[in-house]
Write a protein that binds this ligand. Structure first.
Ligand SMILES: [Zn+2]
Length: 422
């Protein structure tokens, strides 16, 4: 009896140990400018296979329409929404010129490298600015991040990839990028990788909703299949578990499918594929957005985010336990009504409600937060006196046990950012 007991115990603990020692790694792919309806109606056997074992979510870009978080449905702002987990009013990238990104809102590569320098990061990209400007590789202001593996710049090599009038060269570059990614993932298995693919957007601009765009999505599907095969290989041959996140940076206009940048439903509506079924109540609630990807990646990598960063994130993790979402702050007569949607399962969970009257984070400084109250999560609201807190500007932070969300109170009549002035 005792021997059987010991045997069982040793089997059990071996199983536990091997499960615990599997390293978590992430690959995220941005495939440019594919509206949700286009992806959903395309023949995509590889992507559908990943969805069958994972999760497909409709999502959005563009911030909250008509508010201070509204962000153009343009490529570089979209990538930076994902990289920083914040909208344009924080990361300050408003178009593809990427004039003055605010690097105080740290990207996911920097957050990983600053806390866990031994982790390896990789970029495979059909647009060099993604590395040099958005992540800001090697820039002191951006934290001197260095990629361990980088494959990009092919669009500048007009000998190997001559620029043809039909923009088919971007397909050739995407193919090169994916081949390098698949090879590097198989052999080097970096901890966090970004694959960026451009051809779908080029075909959208050139031909709109068309056979050419559908063909480009079919190319993408085959490329995703190559990446997925590399991840399967690693999962089977190394003690590693992999999360693949596949998404797009914006939709396209409804009339022709050629343009994007505005706030129409089709431009704002995007999608997310996650290679896991284990999504949380927030994800299942519908309407996640591109800024949810950073906290999702951090959680999968078991990367704790600094408190100051958590207080600035505009997203909510899509996996793991979650406390609350949808923060709202409304002046109501002599009081300020702060409310949220409770998602946590625990009846005893509490929320700390904080306020800061400054925004020093924007320039690299600390903000002093005052605790306004600690209330049961399920109450979903707190009202405070405007006499006690008369300021016109507050950053209100709602800190649950499992995640933190925030909302700004702005002076009445404040212009929404993003009109190009900053
Ligand atoms: Zn784009």
């Amino acid at each position: 009896m005792r021997i059987i007991y010991l045997l069982l115990w040793s089997l059990l603990s071996t199983g536990l140990a091997s499960a615990q020692s599997r390293t978590h790694k992430v690959v995220f792919i941005i495939a440019d400018g594919i509206p949700a309806d286009v992806l959903e109606n395309a023949a995509t056997p590889n992507i559908k296979k990943i969805i069958a074992g994972g999760t497909y979510l409709r999502a959005h870009v563009g911030g909250d329409q008509g508010t201070y978080t509204e962000t153009p449905t343009i490529s570089a702002p979209g990538y930076n929404d994902l990289l920083t987990g914040t909208w344009g009013y924080k990361h300050n990238v408003w178009d593809n010129a990427i004039k003055a990104p605010n690097y105080h809102y740290q990207n996911i590569f920097r957050l990983l490298k600053e806390q866990q320098p031994a982790k390896k990061i990789a970029i495979f990209s059909t647009w060099t600015d993604n590395r040099t400007k958005l992540v800001g590789e090697g820039l002191p202001a951006a934290g001197n991040v260095q990629f361990d593996y980088k494959f990009d710049g092919y669009e500048l090599d007009t000998v190997a990839f001559p620029h043809d009038k039909q923009s088919l060269y971007t397909h050739a570059i995407d193919e090169k990028v994916v081949a390098e990614a698949a090879r590097c993932l198989r052999t080097n298995a970096p901890d966090l990788s970004w694959i960026y693919l451009e051809h779908t957007d080029d075909m959208g601009h050139r031909h709109g909703d068309s056979e050419q765009l559908r063909t480009a999505v079919a190319y993408l599907d085959a490329q995703v299949g190559q990446v997925w095969a590399a991840l399967q290989y690693r999962t089977q041959h190394a003690p590693e578990d992999w999360l693949l996140v596949l998404t797009t940076d914006h939709g396209r206009d409804a009339a022709t499918g050629r343009g994007h940048g505005g706030q129409s439903a089709r431009e704002r509506t995007t999608w997310l594929v996650l290679s896991t079924k284990e999504v949380n109540a927030y994800a299942r609630r519908g309407q996640p957005s591109i800024v949810d990807v950073l906290p999702t990646i951090a959680r999968y990598l078991q990367l704790p985010l600094p408190v100051a960063t958590q207080r600035e994130l505009d997203g909510v993790p899509l996996i793991g336990p979650v406390s609350l979402a949808e923060p709202r702050v409304q002046p109501a007569g002599d009081s300020l009504r702060i409310s949220w949607t409770a998602l946590g399962a625990s009846r005893t969970e509490k929320v700390n409600v904080w306020a800061a009257a400054t925004n020093n984070f924007k320039t690299g400084g600390p903000d002093q937060y005052t605790l306004l109250g600690t209330v049961p999560l399920g109450r979903q609201a707190l009202s405070i006196s405007r006499q006690l807190y008369p300021g016109a500007f507050y950053k209100i932070v709602l800190e649950g046990e499992h995640n933190t969300v925030s909302r700004w109170l702005l002076p009445a009549g404040s212009p929404t950012p993003g009109s190009g002035s900053n």
